[in-house]
Structures are given as structure tokens and as C-alpha cells.
Ligand binder design. Structure first.
Ligand code: SAM
Length: 333
């Protein structure tokens, strides 16, 4: 039987809408899920509150018609917002969920928002702890900041999921403002600085494609003029990097300065597909971030790994490192 569709979305038997996606997005969601899982499962002592912002939430769910042929067990899974809602619910100190969903087609946009509201309610996340907006990114970001300030969110751990389709949908100015939402707090007689955590999906294919034909796109994404970024890119190229990695390097460099700490850069190469590679960048001060990627110490910003994820890999293998990680996490919080 052909799948039930509704305005271009897949509708399941319970009436939930799903984005119709390609199998390769599964890996991106697995990585984000692992991050939230470790964050919420392994902070045991002195649990802090947690608030999540997802500015590109879409329907919150995914459907892939050829999931089984690709090795998946289910045709549907949770997108970023579905994951955020579920993990906030399972975490005893889970608090605010701010979701923005946007579609130029207003009818579709309302359906996306209704779907997110249903998902959030099912996970027990209701107002005033949930906010769903339907705005283009610049306005969504201002609404998120306003929501965060009103609710005192930035004084406590907060995670931002930034997962656009196109690189221009995530201007550097927004990343920069999130990175600067730092707050001081007392801890063991000293003052510490709390920074928001960011998970960024960098659309490298888009940037690569436009580097010569429409360099303005890189100006927006990198937050620099061409006269600044071009020599940096050229320098990486002359040192043997390909264009894709040169772009990642420049972006990671920029994040390192902003965050005063190198991001964890993970490229996820798709099994059986050489063309599609996701680049997820994680800016975090929390050890959870590092353990999720099975790293023992702080990596150099350009010390990325290509993880070839296999469809049957249910979990990234971090479990054996957890006793040590637990100690660190407990100490951290
Ligand atoms: C890659 S999808 C997000 C998928 C979702 N994060 C997930 O994994 O479940 C990108 C989303 O950004 C939305 N979008 C496109 N342009 C936007 C803009 N200018 N502002 C905000 N969102 C935008 C798209 O409609 C789409 O829903």
C-alpha cells in the first residue's frame, strides 16, 4: 500500500506527520541522539537543569521509504525536535523546549507546528515550558533570545540545535550571538563561565558548490568578507587539504576563537555513498560532548575523524568508557 501523505509529508496511523527524508539523514539523527542520551543519562550527581532550543525543527519526525533496503529496521524515526522533546522528558531536570519551525508555505508551516505541539504534549512538555514559533531564522532567533532571557535560561545548561538545509539559512552572526550568551556563576568559591552548547550541521556541499560562483554565500556563513576568508582557504589548499576540509578548517577556527575552545568536528561518511558527508560541529564545555564522540581528551580543532557509520550500529561505542566518564561528569557538575 502506498504511504499516506498529507501536504507532502508522510502521515502515520496515529496522524503524526513526518518529513520524507533520504536514508542518510538517519546518521545525523543517530549522532544527535547519542549526544542527548549521554548528556541526560550520565549526569547523576548534582543534576543541573537542561533547556533545549531547536531553531530548524520541521515536523520533528522522519520517514524514509527505502529504510529497510538501506539496512534500517524502521521506516520512521525521530528528527531533532522529537529527540529533544523525548530526552528532555526522560531527564529529571529537563525544563524548557523552544522549537522553531518554518516553511514558506504557510499551510505546511502550520501543520509542522501542530505536529510539534502534539509531539511535545505526548512527551509531557507543555506551556509554559514549551514554546513553538513559526518564523524565519532571524526572527526566530530574536524570539528564542527573548524567551531565554525571560526564563533565565542562559544561567543554566542549554543546548542549541542548528540544522539548516542551506548554509545561508544559518548566518555566522547568529552562531556568534549564541556563542556569546555567556554567564558567570559561582562554583566551589570561584567564578566559572557558562556557555551555551551548540550542535551545528555545516552544509559543506552547499559552501563548496558556491565558493567560486557565489562567494557571497561564504561571506554570510563564515561571517567574513571574501578578502578575509579566501587567503585562509587558499592556505589550507596549498597545504594539501581539499576544498571541503579547507572550509571546515576555517569554520572550526572561527568557532574556536568564539568559544575559546575547539569544537568537536565529526564528519559522518555515509556507508556505500562517497558523495554525501555530514559535518557536525559540537561546541561544548560539557564532558558529555567529548564522550559522545569517544574522545579521550580535547581534540585539536582540525583533528577530525571520519566515522563510517553502519546501519546496524545501534550505539556509538562509548559504553566501556563510561565509568571514567561518569566520574568526570559528576565532578564537572
Ligand atoms: C534540514 S531541515 C531540519 C530538519 C530537522 N532539524 C530534523 O532533523 O528533524 C531544515 C529546516 O529549516 C527550514 N528552513 C528553511 N529556511 C529557513 C529559514 N530561513 N529560517 C528558518 N528555517 C528555515 C526548512 O523548512 C526545514 O524545515
Amino acid at each position: 500500500m502506498p504511504p499516506q501523505t498529507d501536504e507532502g509529508f508522510y502521515r502515520d496511523d496515529e496522524g503524526y506527520l513526518h518529513d520524507i527524508v533520504k536514508w542518510h539523514t538517519r546518521q545525523k539523527h543517530k549522532f544527535i541522539e547519542e549526544y542527548l542520551r549521554v548528556w541526560t543519562n550520565y549526569v547523576k550527581k548534582h543534576q543541573p537543569t537542561l533547556d533545549i532550543f531547536d531553531l530548524y525543527a520541521s515536523t520533528g519526525l522522519c520517514y524514509c521509504a527505502d529504510s529497510e533496503e538501506s539496512g534500517g529496521s524502521e521506516p520512521t524515526w525521530e528528527g531533532t525536535a522529537g529527540l529533544a522533546a523525548r530526552y528532555l522528558s526522560s531527564y529529571p531536570k529537563g525544563r524548557h523546549l523552544f522549537l522553531n519551525t518554518y516553511n514558506e508555505d504557510r499551510k505546511k508551516c502550520s501543520k509542522q507546528a501542530e505536529n510539534l505541539a502534539k509531539i511535545a504534549t505526548k512527551c509531557g512538555r507543555t506551556p509554559p515550558y514549551t514554546s513553538i514559533t513559526t518564523l524565519p531564522i532571524e526572527e526566530a532567533f530574536e524570539a528564542a533570545i527573548d524567551y531565554g532571557e525571560r526564563n533565565g535560561i542562559f544561567n543554566y545548561p542549554n543546548i542549541w540545535i542548528l540544522d539548516p538545509y542551506r548554509s545561508t539559512d544559518l548566518p555566522w552572526s547568529i552562531v556568534e550571538r549564541i556563542g556569546n550568551l555567556k554567564r558567570s556563576y559561582p562554583s566551589n568559591g570561584a567564578m566559572k563561565v557558562r556557555k551555551p552548547e551548540m550542535i551545528i550541521n555545516l552544509m559543506t556541499n552547499d559552501l563548496q558548490r558556491n565558493i567560486d560562483i557565489n562567494p557571497r554565500i561564504l561571506d554570510v556563513a563564515l561571517g567574513m568578507s571574501e578578502s578575509e576568508w579566501r587567503p585562509k582557504i587558499d592556505s589550507y589548499l596549498s597545504n594539501g587539504h581539499d576544498t571541503r576540509r579547507a572550509i571546515i578548517n576555517v569554520y572550526a577556527e572561527r568557532l574556536s576563537v568564539l568559544y575559546e575552545k575547539p569544537p568537536v568536528v565529526t564528519e559522518i561518511k555515509i556507508t556505500n555513498d562517497t558523495a554525501i558527508v555530514y559535518c557536525l560541529l559540537l561546541c561544548t564545555d560539557s564532558p558529555a560532548g567529548y564522550y559522545v564522540y569517544n574522545l579521550k581528551g580535547l581534540p585539536e580543532f582540525n583533528n577530525w575523524r571520519i566515522s563510517t557509520w553502519k546501519p546496524d550500529a545501534e550505539k556509538i561505542t562509548i559504553e566501556k568508557k563510561l565509568p571514567k566518564a561518569q566520574k568526570k561528569l559528576d565532578k564537572f557538575f
